[in-house]
Design a protein around this ligand. Structure first.
Ligand SMILES: C[C@H](O)[C@H](O)[C@H]1CNC2=NC(N)=NC(=O)C2=N1
Length: 112
């Protein structure tokens, strides 16, 4: 089976059920640098990427934005001096979908 970062997001029209915590706990093993957070009852995937200054953080932000546009799947991104916090979840289902784990793996690949 190919690695998660090589997979493509599938269409998610909002009819798919949000992933349960147990399933998310299994998939997180494939993206161990990411954390599952719950905000307002919504499970999300989050990782902080560190950079040496704001310019590098901004360049990474742009790369993540391009990745998101290609996949038509979009994260929340907080860009600060020296760090970028990327948060993935699927808005249409108010929770996690396999797509979020694929995007997390692709995001990590950008930074490696
Ligand atoms: C119409 C368009 O396909 C949708 O609004 C997409 C865009 N990007 C998205 N990104 C994320 N993270 N979740 C969504 O449900 C989502 N929906």
């Amino acid at each position: 089976m190919s690695a998660l970062h090589q997979k493509t997001c599938t269409a998610c029209d909002g009819s798919a059920p949000a992933m349960r915590a147990q399933e998310a706990d299994e998939l997180i093993r494939e993206v161990p640098d990411w954390t599952i957070a719950e905000r307002n009852g919504v499970l999300q995937l989050e990782r902080v990427f560190r950079f040496k200054n704001f310019r590098h953080a901004l360049a990474f932000t742009q790369q993540v934005g391009e990745l998101a546009e290609e996949a038509n799947h979009h994260p929340a991104i907080l860009t600060e001096w020296g760090q970028v916090t990327v948060t993935w979840w699927t808005h249409s289902i108010c929770g996690l979908h396999r797509n979020d784990f694929i995007m997390a793996a692709k995001t990590s690949k950008l930074a490696s």
